[in-house]
Design a protein around this ligand. Sequence first.
Ligand code: PBG
Length: 336
Amino acid sequence: MSPIITGDFPQRRLRRLRANDFSRRLVAENSLTVNDLIYPVFIVEGKNVSEPITSMPNVNRMSVDVLLKEAEQVAKLGIPVLSLFPAIDHSKKSLLAEESYNEDGLVPRAVRALKKAFPELGILTDIALDPYTIHGQDGIIDDSGYVQNDITVETLIRQAMVHAQAGVDIIAPSDMMDGRIGGIRAELEDSGFVNTQIMAYSAKYASTFYGPFRDAVGSATNIKGGNKKTYQLNPANSREALQEVYQDLQEGADMVMVKPGMPYLDILRQVKDTFAVPTFAYQVSGEYAMLMAAINNGWLTEAAIMESLLCFKRAGADGILTYFAKQIAEQLQAGK
Ligand code: PBG
């Protein structure tokens, strides 16, 4: 008997099934398909605009006409959902964020154009006031700068209703105010929008990984030294995230989300195991920027992208919001 025999070896050689491509595929526990992808895009006013975002290589802010061309490709690739993030002209920002519920605002116009041209493509809109406030906070502040919960929720409800009337499929509140899911759900029901879905950003952390996004929508310089710690979750906590998810489900969320993604896979797993509801992860702008920086420097290969997305599936995600969605869908279609 060899001294290295421990446990079941050599009766069980775990490397046996890893020896061939066919058996690696056969025993794979998880896989990534195009059906798992949600593609976030940034939109601006204008015609024929496609402007780069310095901290997010290969991601552009697009005017609605350019977005329609992009959406055609997205629909052809079979990506189920496109999510819209507006960069609002500074002149339209205010303390009370009135532009957020303008029926003819950028987002409702984009939603109407997309639903008309591609009725089968799911459209998700973000519900939060940060693109519309002059200070870049997600709500309406008092004199001390504190974001006031209940009057913010009233504005979020108005914003959500305008999006619903424009025909959006999924409303995604990302503001982390208490009670907003219940408020929006009640108003949707009262107005007959019984099938408008809500994907709640339930476990949304006060994260530095949103930095490039704030550049993209132009809320970064406004926020300055400020932060969102009085409403977004403390990165030190996990049980509190479960309370947030519980509350959002009680209030009428159909789907929940954990955000950011990669540093929060433990939260994703706990949420999925605890509630067994459709659970999504957001691979946020900072995660995108890190991967792109490393790839563009030759420090990581592009395969890191697919690996990162597969790991979300393993951790329990039903789908992933990722700026890589189009690129990955193309890769999956090509069978790579
Ligand atoms: C708005 C919102 C943010 C993101 C999505 N919706 C930024 C924030 O909360 O500051 C971040 C997305 C990303 O970083 O990719 N409330």
